[in-house]
Design a protein around this ligand. Structure first.
Ligand code: SAH
Length: 269
């Protein structure tokens, strides 16, 4: 890996350009996410292709998305010996990824991303909505955000996204990454979080489940009775009663199993 390539590069704040320069951490990420020769890696935010350089060695193929065209020459140079990589200069949030994947043959699909933190949620939401069949997401987040994904009911960070993420994935922290591992050095420390696809819950109507969870959290201060106008409140009340709750409860006090219970109850009764 060649770090000299960026010596004249003007880092752009608006794209959240903090490149991960620590080679031990880079190797560690590839190792801990167990990328292998059956894996297609979708990398979001290629930067100077530091991480790409290591993932390309371990993976079958890498497709990298990078929004900043001015990195083209650096990336080409960095990856000159990696013929299993394709770089797309496009905003990942706007990209037709499903179409791109059609050309590839693979057993496992992993998303790897070190991105500006303000787009973490839109990126994860897109990956879920695009229904790409992702087996794993390995993503760098601000250290404090790392714990949020596993937030428990009644905590400040607990919301509908927590429930959706835990519905689809097993979530764990792979490692902490000090701010000193980046160039330029950011103001915060980071952590790498792994989302491993594992649908361990079964719900009788997935669409209703998503809608009910979303609606229940609509107004944070309001209770279920007020957020769920338009639903069959009598039935929901009965379902809640059998888990020792009622319509005065707020969504934040219900865990994923409670929501699944309500949906299944509505379907059965
Ligand atoms: N993964 C590299 C770069 C991290 S910096 C490394 O670890 O060193 C984040 C990179 O994401 C920047 O190069 C930035 O230009 C790019 N980026 C930011 N928003 C993006 C978007 N919406 N789509 C694709 N790339 C994006």
């Amino acid at each position: 890996m060649n770090q000299e390539l960026v010596k004249d590069f003007k880092f752009k704040k608006k794209f959240g350009q903090n490149f991960l320069k620590d080679e031990n951490i880079l190797r560690n990420i590839v190792e801990k996410s167990d990328i292998d020769k059956d894996t297609l890696v979708l990398e979001i935010g290629v930067g100077a292709a530091y991480l790409t350089y290591y993932t390309a060695k371990a993976a079958k193929n890498v497709i990298g998305y990078e929004i900043d065209e001015s990195l083209r020459d650096i990336i080409c140079d960095q990856l000159k010996d990696c013929d299993n990589t394709e770089i797309v200069f496009e905003d990942f949030l706007e990209a037709n990824v499903k179409e791109k994947l059609k050309k590839y043959d693979y057993k496992k699909l992993y998303v790897v991303a070190n991105l500006p933190y303000y787009i973490t949620t839109p990126i994860i939401t897109k990956i879920i909505n695009d229904n790409l069949g992702v087996d794993k997401i390995v993503i760098m987040v601000q250290k404090e955000v790392g714990d949020r994904f596993n937030a428990k009911p009644n905590s400040k960070e607990y919301n509908s996204l927590t429930i959706f993420l835990n519905y689809y994935f097993d979530i764990k922290k792979l490692m902490d990454v000090s701010r000193n591992c980046f160039v330029p050095k950011p103001n915060v420390d980071s952590a790498i979080i792994e989302f491993k696809s594992n649908k361990k819950y079964s719900v009788k109507d997935e669409e209703l489940f998503f809608k009910l969870v979303k609606d229940s959290f609509k107004f944070k201060r309001k209770n279920l009775r007020n957020n769920l106008k338009g639903y069959d409140l009598e039935k929901i009340e009965k379902a809640l009663n059998s888990i020792n709750k009622d319509l005065t409860a707020r969504a934040e006090s219900l865990d994923i199993k409670d929501f699944i219970y309500i949906v299944n109850y509505l379907k059965d009764n």
